[in-house]
Design a protein around this ligand. Structure first.
Ligand SMILES: [Zn+2]
Length: 149
């Protein structure tokens, strides 16, 4: 039952932070883009396994998307993402926060706990943070144009 793996709406490709998930078709704001699939395990088992592809559903359950057939695992974190993850019953879906054009990479915010544990220590490589770092590096010391946004 790996229907998602054959889903031609998506493409796994290179992104700034390794592999990412890109779309081949447009999505509208509010569209359900893809389900975050994975092996359903208990929170206890999740703590035992650890790893980057765990998605907590609730206090007692998590999805382990270690298998490569789980396409949504390729969606990278971004601080200003184009998608958001929502729990619907006992499943997790990724929804478009805004219109997404073919060729765009899908992103969602992984959440504060994950961010602080896995992303912040090495430095976030999302577009927003990369640009902020570049601006800071290139900003002349005397510059005070006041156009920081
Ligand atoms: Zn970031």
């Amino acid at each position: 039952m790996s229907r998602a793996a054959a889903d031609t709406r998506f493409r796994v490709g290179r992104s700034a932070s390794g592999l990412g998930l890109f779309v081949r078709v447009p999505f509208e704001a509010g569209d359900r883009v893809i389900e975050y699939t994975g092996e359903r395990i208990t929170g206890e088992e999740a703590n035992r396994r650890g790893g980057r592809y765990l998605f907590q559903i609730d206090a007692g359950h998590a999805l382990d998307a270690t298998g490569r057939e789980h396409l949504a695992r390729y969606i990278n974190h971004a601080c200003r993402p184009n998608c958001e993850a929502r729990t619907v019953g006992r499943r997790i879906f990724i929804y478009a926060k805004r219109a997404i054009a073919p060729g765009e990479e899908l992103t969602y915010h992984y959440g504060g706990i994950y961010f602080r544990a896995f992303i912040e220590p090495a430095g976030c490589r999302c577009t927003t943070c990369t640009r902020r770092a570049e601006r800071a590096a290139h900003r002349a010391p005397a510059s005070s144009r006041g156009d920081r946004r």
